[in-house]
Design a binder for this molecule. Sequence first.
Ligand code: SF4
Length: 348
Amino acid sequence: MRSCPLAPPGRPDVRDFTYVLADDVASAGSLVHNDAVARAVQTPDDVAYVAGGTTQYDLMRDGVWSPGTLVDISRLPLADIEVSDDLLVVGAAVTMADLARHPSVVDLDVLRDSLLLAASPQLRTMATVGGNVLQRTRCRYFRDPTVTQCNKRVPGSGCAAVEGTARTHAVLGVDAGCIAVHASDLAVALVALDARVRTHGPHGGRTISVTQLHVRADEDPARDNTLVAGELITHLEIPLPDARSGYLKVRDRASYEFALTSAAVVARVEDGVLAHVAIGLGGVGSVPWRATRAEEVLRGQRASLALFEEAAAAELADAFTVPGTAFKPELARRTLVRQLRDVTEVTA
Ligand code: SF4
């Protein structure tokens, strides 16, 4: 473990911080956990992990986040990809670009496209898969420290987005307290693949379903995930499905843009019947959204466009909208129906 204090040059408004290069998982975890215990808080950000840094450095530059110590975990031995039978085990420090070109991923459409349709080639070369699933919201009000109303930054202060520009915000798992969207494409594919994360924390290791990793904004806008202080994602476990799959991303421009809506579908049709179906929705949820209502409508039923329409309508039935997001439920319904049709090749 090596460390040095850093003073950002020319930015007297940015707090000095200490940079620590971690040599092993256990000591990196202890450093973050012990800081949290000392300050008796559950989700510390005074000492924090950093790997690719594509989210954290933005937040620091914007003046939204000022950690006292960054623990760089990019040199930890977490950059391997292993395949055993029907399971892909991906180190958390694997970059998005490296995962996308792995032989087991190039033919897994939903995973490959969720990676290649995200960000830019430069960012995909820097960003790690562990950091991607834990990325913070892109809400412009959250990322502007001059905005005083933001329950995610300052609990109890309100939400500027509800009456502001909200085109890219969420309609599921939200209420008037926070409508921030979870921006990861990869995490949407992971929930449709029933993926899990392995972690190393102060109480040892555990495995968490990706559907249980994030916290909905309508439950606690100030908390992004269910990890405890010092808990580090070490690997992703991704089951390789015996099914067809696909990822459809709808956005305002063709590249380097977040989703307005997206749908990750994994499905297998046997004798015209949906024997397996799993769906993730992106661009619409405060968490990577597992479309369980739609799946209940579809599972075991004869595949048809009418059934797809019914399933999509059921999933969006309780959408919470503000003027800026009023178009989203209909767009999300159409996105899901289109992707169900494409993956199953059912057209009538
Ligand atoms: Fe803050 Fe959430 Fe409102 Fe954005 S949507 S301003 S993150 S409370």
